[in-house]
Design a protein around this ligand. Structure first.
Ligand SMILES: *[C@@H]1O[C@H](CO)[C@@H](O)[C@H](O)[C@H]1NC(C)=O
Ligand SMILES: *[C@@H]1O[C@H](CO)[C@@H](O)[C@H](O)[C@H]1NC(C)=O
Length: 493
């Protein structure tokens, strides 16, 4: 699961005054972003690495929080594609989850061999950085690549290729391998690697208190996500609605987590299902996105009422004891009344909210399971084709305009179980998905970068109606003789 903000995040320290000069508030409802004065995530705004260095000059206000999102607006020629994915490591000889020592050896190896900078915490290596790319760990040791914001899907796929080559080269020597799957297929939560990182202690502690599947979801699931840009508040609203309605369709197309404890688990996407039982305050299909009142401010209101997972001060995580960001902003909580809220706190907070589509200073598509390389390339292709092309975007908005909250919820809960066989308005979801694959293809064609080939794996899924999970189940019940072990061959990157 991707917990961190990245791609269009600003690092940690943000100069709010700089943000404000680039965003003009006109009328209350229509925040506009002046076309020639828009700030790209890594230009114009100073970002440094230490969140504790912020000294607030004026108290943080709700307007500042709205400005934060508005400052993500970028003109179309600056729209980028930022792809993130996670994968599970295993010992090739035993198929057991890799140990923490093996993960650190891997990170050190990649750093030395391929010239990545090490990211350290308390004297331990916790990640790598090279240019705009980051490698990090999730709480169960899942290895994540947060890709650089790039212009074309060719660049995305090249980046993925190169990353997997580097990981494989070093992993092989350490006797470990990585799986392109959405959920750890064989071992139990107790066997999962534990990454000693303070942030995870707080998150897992929080997740364990608020829902039955939180820790499992955090330590054993893998996803592939794409971050995309918007040009204005209106553009954000349109993309949010289109992508949120269609998120269950991407869940179906990419469903790839049908095994737990070495057996079929009754789901096609266990990963997606686990999110349903996680903290309901900060996950799900957030129906208010379809209300007329939706915009940056409404999203701010939503996030304000969500309890904070922790506060980060002087390199330490502080327990917030259920305090919402709104409480924090109003100075309500006495045990933290000495702490001034900063925009960095806000950035951390909105990074601990996980609806199916998430607003950052870009938009994150969160519905898909991790998978093999071709699926990692297909995910950004799907969303870029649908959302970065005006004609396809408008067609989607017309198509989904009469979908009800109940229908969207039904898709959200049913798709992890029945995938493309889920019935939607008297037809299988496969037929609906086929229309969207066509729209994505048309959208990519109009971009003119010859990117439609990246959609081929999805075209095959809708042609046959067989999701990746169902393919694995067929193998399990057929060639594999109901043993899970061949899966480690099949999905080994
Ligand atoms: C990588 O990490 C740096 C530092 O935290 C951050 O500024 C950058 O946005 C990250 N890049 C991506 C692609 O996540
Ligand atoms: C959800 O948030 C509200 C406050 O906005 C809080 O009272 C409630 O306990 C939270 N629920 C969970 C599961 O954290």
């Amino acid at each position: 699961m991707v917990l961190l903000l990245s791609f269009c995040g600003l690092g940690a320290v943000i100069n709010l005054d700089a943000l404000k000069t680039y965003v003009s508030f006109s009328t209350k409802k229509s925040l506009t972003c002046k076309r020639n004065k828009i700030v790209a995530s890594n230009q114009g705004i100073k970002a440094t690495a230490s969140a504790s260095a912020v000294v607030a000059t004026e108290p943080l206000t709700k307007e500042d929080l709205i400005t934060y999102f508005a400052s993500g607006c970028k003109p179309k020629e600056m729209w980028r594609i930022g792809t993130e994915h996670e994968k599970i490591g295993f010992e090739v000889n035993t198929l057991r989850p890799m140990k923490y020592e093996q993960i650190t050896a891997l990170l050190n190896g990649i750093s030395e061999r391929f010239d990545w900078d090490k990211v350290m915490e308390d004297g331990r290596i916790i990640g790598l950085q090279q240019g705009m790319q980051n490698i990090s760990l999730e709480s169960g040791g899942q290895l994540e690549l947060s890709g650089a914001p790039v212009e074309t899907l060719h660049q995305t796929c090249e980046e993925l290729h190169s990353h997997l080559y580097q990981v494989k080269t070093v992993a092989k020597e350490l006797g470990i391998g990585f799986l392109g799957i959405g959920y750890e297929p064989k071992y139990s939560l107790e066997d999962a690697t534990i990454v000693p990182k303070k942030r995870f202690e707080f998150l897992i502690d929080h997740l364990a208190r608020v829902g039955p599947s939180g820790p499992d979801m955090s330590s054993r699931t893998c996803t592939v996500q794409v971050n995309l840009d918007y040009s204005s508040e209106t553009d954000m609203i349109r993309k949010f609605r289109a992508s949120l309605a269609l998120q269950p369709i991407s869940t179906a197309l990419f469903a790839n987590s049908p095994f737990s404890h070495g057996k079929p688990n009754g789901f096609l996407s266990m990963r997606s299902h686990l999110w349903i039982d996680s903290d309901k305050n900060r996950t799900g299909m957030i129906p208010f996105v379809f209300d007329d009142s939706f915009g940056f401010e409404r999203y701010v209101e939503y996030a304000l009422d969500i309890p904070m997972c922790f506060l980060y001060r002087n390199k330490r995580h502080i327990n917030c004891r259920g305090m919402t960001f709104r409480d924090f902003l109003s100075g309500k909580f006495s045990h933290l009344s000495n702490e001034q809220p900063t925009i960095s706190d806000w950035e951390v907070h909105i990074g601990t909210i996980w609806p199916e589509v998430r607003l950052k200073r870009c938009m994150e598509m969160r519905g898909a399971d991790g998978g093999p390389l071709k699926m990692l390339c297909a995910l950004p292709a799907f969303w870029v084709g649908l959302l970065y092309d005006e004609e396809s975007l408008q067609t989607i908005l017309d198509m989904i305009s009469d979908w009800t909250t109940e229908e969207r919820e039904m898709l959200r809960t049913q798709v992890p179980i029945t995938g493309l066989k889920t019935m939607f308005r008297d037809r299988p979801l496969k037929d609906v998905a086929e229309i969207f694959i066509k729209l994505a293809t048309d959208g990519l064609e109009r971009r003119g970068y010859r990117e439609t080939g990246f959609l081929e794996p999805l075209a095959e899924v809708v042609r046959t109606g067989v999701t990746p999970a169902e393919k694995l189940l067929e193998l399990y019940n057929g060639d594999w003789g109901q043993s899970i072990d061949p899966l480690f061959q099949e999905l080994h990157y």
